[in-house]
Structures are given as C-alpha cells and as structure tokens.
Design a protein around this ligand. Structure first.
Ligand code: ADP
Ligand code: MG
Length: 238
C-alpha cells in the first residue's frame, strides 16, 4: 500500500495539451474514482502514474518517493483494463502467475500467491481452464487476479467493467468493493459510470478537459456540486 501524489502535472501530446496543472493527494488505502467525459484525459493521467506515458511537467510520488524516473515494474503498480488480454494458450493459473514468473519468483511462491488470489476472487475451481472456457465476468476476475497476485502498492483501473453487460457490471462492482475491503490497496478507478463511482469510491475526482473540476466524497459532490458540469455528471444519478 502507498499514498499517491500528483504535483502540478502537465501533459501534451506533441503540440496538443491534454492535462493542465493537475495536483492530487491520495491517501494510503484510499479508493478514488476518477470520472469525466470521454477524451478529458483520464487514461492519460493513469498511464502517467503507471509510468506508461511520459510526463511533460510535474511529479508523481508513490509512498512519498518521486517515481518519474522509475519504470512501470519498479513502481509496483498493477493496472486493470477493460480489455483483459489474457493469454489464450495459458491456463487461468498460468495467466495469473505470469508476471510473478517474469519477476523471477519461485514456483512455490507463485503457486501460493495464485491460490490465495484465486480464493479471494472465487476462481479456485477454474484454475486449470483456458480463457476460452470462461464467461466474460470470469475472465475479468482472472484479470483482477493477475493484478492481485503481484501484491502491488497501488491498483489502477481503467474502465474495467465497460465491456460487460449491465447485470454482470453490478455483480463485478460488488466484487471489486469486497476485494478492496479485503486487501485495502490504494486504488484509482476510472469510470464514466456515476453509479460505479458513487458506490465504490471514498472520494470522487471530476476531470474536465484535463483539469480537476471538483473532488470530494460522493455525498459532498451529490449535495454540493461546484458547478453545472459536476451536477450534470454526479448530481442526478439515473
Ligand atoms: P479519456 O481516457 O478521458 O477518454 P484520454 O486520456 O484517452 O482521455 O485522451 C485525452 C486526450 O488526449 C484526447 O484528446 C485524446 O485524443 C488525446 N490522446 C490520447 N492518447 C494520445 C496519444 N497517444 N497521442 C496523441 N493524442 C492522444
Ligand atoms: Mg480512457
């Protein structure tokens, strides 16, 4: 677990500025939802925290240490995307353990962590299956399992449920909540689903055109939106 701090982050793709002076402090173990319309810079922000995208200006700190110069692996972060990209030729257990194998962990350690994560995510009975033999929700759980086994300091979620149907989304939402209650890992969760943000997050950060419009607890944003934009996004759940 670790705190995450963004200090005056700017990002431009070539001549196109997309993130403007974003500063944000996320506490150890906190669950933050990052919401905002398509194209406002949510993924770009996550990718800079993960080390997958260069920062134009500003600092990212994890656990009080500036990590700008660290590789993604050195940052000890796990990212879960909407496209889960499991390896089709590997079993569930092999998919979940693959990153640990790359890090040079022993077979015993890998097996123990995979089993532990499988119990947490109700995957124990599926460990020998291939991805093609799983439902969409089960595949997404494997993708989360792959992140959990690494015991990362921070989880970054980029709209992980947006490819699932409505019923499954509700179910996975509860599973993510339960998982966070168990592991208490600092999490930044990008979504454009306001219900997801309201039910999962300790705090919601609203991004618009690369700037933070407002941040606060779900109740604060719901009761006292700073402006019409926030009200439109949070104030009136469907
Ligand atoms: P969001 O995740 O909120 O939908 P993104 O972070 O993906 O937004 O994109 C923010 C802006 O940056 C958009 O205008 C997008 O077109 C642009 N953008 C994203 N990635 C790149 C890239 N690799 N090269 C150039 N422009 C990009
Ligand atoms: Mg995105």
């Amino acid at each position: 677990m670790a705190s995450v701090e963004l200090h005056n982050i700017h990002k431009a793709y070539g001549a196109l500025p997309v993130i403007h002076d974003v500063s944000l402090a996320i506490g150890d173990g906190e669950f933050i939802a990052l919401v905002g319309p398509s194209g406002c810079g949510k993924s770009t922000l996550l990718r800079m925290i993960a080390g997958l995208e260069e920062i134009t200006d500003g600092d990212v700190s994890i656990g009080g240490q500036v990590v700008n110069a660290l590789t993604p692996r050195e940052r000890n972060i796990a990212m879960v995307f909407q496209s889960y990209a499991l390896y089709p030729h590997m079993t569930v257990a092999q998919n979940m353990g693959f990153n640990l194998k790359l890090s040079g962990e022993t077979k015993q350690v890998i097996e123990q962590r995979v089993n532990e994560a499988a119990r947490m995510l109700d995957l124990t009975k599926l460990l020998d299956r291939k991805p093609a033999q799983l439902s969409g929700g089960q595949r997404q759980r494997v993708a989360m399992g792959r992140a959990v086994v690494r015991n990362p300091a921070v989880f970054l979620f980029d709209e992980p449920l947006s490819n699932l149907d409505a019923k499954l989304r509700v179910q996975m939402r509860s599973e993510i909540k339960a998982l966070h209650q168990k592991v208490q890992t600092t999490s930044i969760y990008v979504t454009h689903d306001q219900i997801e943000a309201m039910t999962l997050a300790d705090r919601i950060v609203v991004l618009n055109q690369g700037k933070i419009e407002q941040q606060g607890t779900p109740i604060e944003l719901y009761r006292r939106p700073a402006n019409l934009f926030v009200a439109g996004f949070i104030g009136s759940p469907a």
